[in-house]
Design a protein around this ligand. Structure first.
Ligand code: GDP
Length: 609
């Protein structure tokens, strides 16, 4: 239900299908239409008779009747002939709300705080600066320290707010941008005064420039004996970052993040830059913005940090976020305070969504639950169709080689699972960089954790190979992959993984050694034997375990050790093989840290046919 006294304007222009007023009308000599219309409707709008139109078209060799729909070109030609100019206005489908351009009345627009991202070379002091700003007790601040990490925070300075994005660096900034989300208004480029311009300084400049975001330079570590700000300013000129004192547009501040010197000046500079940018938004419309972070909270379900970019988000609003939707059940800020409303540029943490959205997804609030639900399901359907459309039927490396050599493949889809979130991001971006003019590498899922059945499903549905870095599938998952003919490629070295995909793109096949898994056993009891070490009392769940050959220990899908089996016993006897369904004692060479529940996998390396 729409809330009482809710005077917010909707973001989507509603097109009334019953009257033609809204989608086809003459406005100051210009015929404006938004969709295809019939001969009768056009005649009415242009104030001519339908038979005039039919006659004109007949003379051009087109036979039409009064109820026939006209294409855009014909509508244009007819308008000109009847003395009107014409314009086709694109309407945005509700479910494509990312494409929305907001039309706000000038009087509704209000100043909004700038959103700032801090970038720079590693060790130049980005994190220290973020901490210095967030922990500084600035005059006139209402709250104390930050009590909840939500990925962004606001600071008040001289009665004005500034929003800081917490993740420094250009990688996160560009990851967002790649997903079509530009949230940053101003970049603060941190350069250490004793080190000067470094490779990542240049990268950060490139990224900020590509996004057309103004750069404020913060020359940091001014407390260091070797600090030379002039040298930094000179070096930056090469990259078209020109300080104001040399006639350029870039504000330069000299600071020490560690000693908290010059922070006030920097904030002042940010406010000055923001003023020049004339950042405005309309608080009187339904909220629209971007997901900065999202995760699954054990107790509270899907939890997301949203940056409101236009409109006002109220607690208990209905929102669509990526493909999920829900009623905002609780909205808090970085001080864990419950908020009733969040105005433009405010970052908030919300719970109540049906599933976890992705960072970079857009969200929008809707007047009714019904609308939000409908739009979310349309978006889900569309996503599914897109996934299906990108299905190229390639789920193994052999298919890949074949199709690339035939020249019939333009996209490689990859599901990537790794041991940590960091390695997932690194690996994903390296893989996607391999794309060339002919073949695009598309990582459709990059996440940390073991390879699961849902990964196989996704790979099968979208025609993708699965790449695992430092992770393993369980025996069951491996079987499912075999059934579904989805190939799982496992690597322990990122470089080798990248090289394999690169070779595939270039159509190069290599004779290679591949591993052949003999079987898996689950550790059920641990026996510590003095002088011998830890014996893993295990049950063979899959295949068979051989005493010879290699083994690895897997915990929650992640490899924790690789080595050899030292002894394999059934009761007191040394044996060579133990079959599936039997118990055994396994001692691994030089490794005693096995836990109950670990999986011991036995394999050998063989040359691939
Ligand atoms: P980041 O990699 O850019 O996030 O850099 P950090 O914030 O982690 O800082 C790297 C190192 O520089 C740390 O040891 C900081 O204590 C130190 N550092 C940061 N700012 C200053 C500063 O203003 N002066 C001095 N002397 N050291 C600083």
């Amino acid at each position: 239900m729409k809330k009482k006294n809710d005077e917010r304007v909707s973001n989507i222009k509603q097109v009334d299908s019953k009257s033609n007023k809204d989608y086809a009308k003459v406005n100051g000599g210009v015929f404006v239409f938004t969709k295809s219309i019939t001969v009768g409707e056009l005649a009415k709008s242009l104030n001519v008779s339908a038979s005039d139109i039919i006659k004109k078209l007949f003379l051009k060799g087109k036979m039409v009747n009064i109820n026939q729909y006209l294409d855009d070109d014909t509508i244009g030609e007819l308008c000109l002939e009847f003395g009107y100019d014409f314009k086709k206005e694109e309407t945005v489908n509700e479910e494509d709300f990312e494409k929305l351009t907001f039309e706000d009345k000038k009087e509704d627009l209000e100043e909004r705080p700038p959103v700032v991202t801090i970038m720079g070379h590693v060790d130049h002091g980005k994190t220290t600066l973020i901490d210095a700003i967030r922990n500084s007790n600035l005059a006139g601040e209402e709250y104390g320290g930050i009590s909840q990490e939500i990925g962004a925070y606001q600071k008040s300075y001289k009665g004005k707010k500034i929003t800081f994005i917490d993740t420094p660096g250009h990688k996160a900034f560009s990851a967002m941008r790649m997903r079509g989300a530009s949230v940053t208004d101003i970049v603060v480029l941190v350069v250490a005064a004793d080190d000067g311009v470094m490779p990542q300084t240049i990268e950060a400049i490139d990224h900020a420039k590509a996004a057309k975001v103004p750069i404020i330079v913060a020359i940091n570590k001014m407390d260091m004996p070797g600090a030379d700000p002039e040298k930094v300013i000179n070096e930056l000129m090469k990259y078209d970052i020109i300080a104001e004192k040399y006639g350029g547009e870039n504000i330069v501040c000299e600071i020490s993040a560690k000693k908290k010197i010059g922070i006030d000046n920097l904030l002042e500079a940010i406010l000055l830059e923001a003023e020049m940018l004339e950042l405005r938004a309309n608080p009187k419309r339904y909220a629209y913005g971007t997901v900065l972070e999202a995760n699954l909270d054990k107790g509270e379900g899907a939890k997301a940090t949203l940056l409101v970019q236009n409109g006002t988000l109220y607690s208990s609003d209905y929102i669509v976020c990526g493909t999920s939707y829900g009623k905002v059940r609780r909205m808090t800020n970085e001080h864990s305070q419950i908020l009733k409303e969040a105005t433009p540029s405010t970052p908030v943490s919300v719970i109540g969504l049906s599933e976890v959205p992705q960072a970079g997804d857009h969200f929008m609030a809707f007047p009714t639950e019904k609308q939000a639900k409908e739009i979310a399901s349309k978006r889900q359907l569309k996503k599914l169709e897109e996934e299906r459309a990108s299905n190229n039927g390639v789920t193994s490396l052999d298919d890949l080689y074949k199709k690339i050599n035939e020249g019939s493949l333009t996209q490689i889809n990859i599901v990537l699972k790794t041991d940590t979130t960091g390695s997932a991001e690194a690996c994903k971006s390296s893989l996607e960089k391999l794309s060339n003019d002919q073949v695009k590498v598309n990582v459709i899922r990059a996440a940390s954790g073991g390879i699961t059945e849902s990964d196989i499903l996704l790979a099968k549905a979208s025609g993708a190979l699965i790449y695992g870095f430092n992770v393993r599938p369980t025996g069951l998952v491996r079987k499912k992959a075999e059934e579904d003919k989805v190939e799982i490629r496992l690597h322990r070295i990122i470089y080798a993984l990248i090289e394999e995909v690169e070779d595939a793109i270039n159509g190069l096949t290599k004779k290679e050694e591949v591993e052949k898994v003999a079987g898996q056993a689950e550790v059920r009891n641990i026996f510590k034997v003095s002088k011998v070490g830890t014996i893993a009392g295990s049950y063979v769940t899959d295949g068979e375990i051989h005493r010879d050959g290699l083994c690895r220990v897997i915990r929650d899908g992640v490899i924790v050790y690789e080595g050899k089996i030292e002894t394999l016993r059934r009761f007191k006897d040394d044996v060579k093989v133990v079959n599936s369904g039997f118990e055994c004692g396994i001692k691994i060479s030089n490794f005693n840290d096995v836990h109950e529940g670990d999986i011991i996998e036995n394999y050998e390396m063989v040359e691939k046919e």
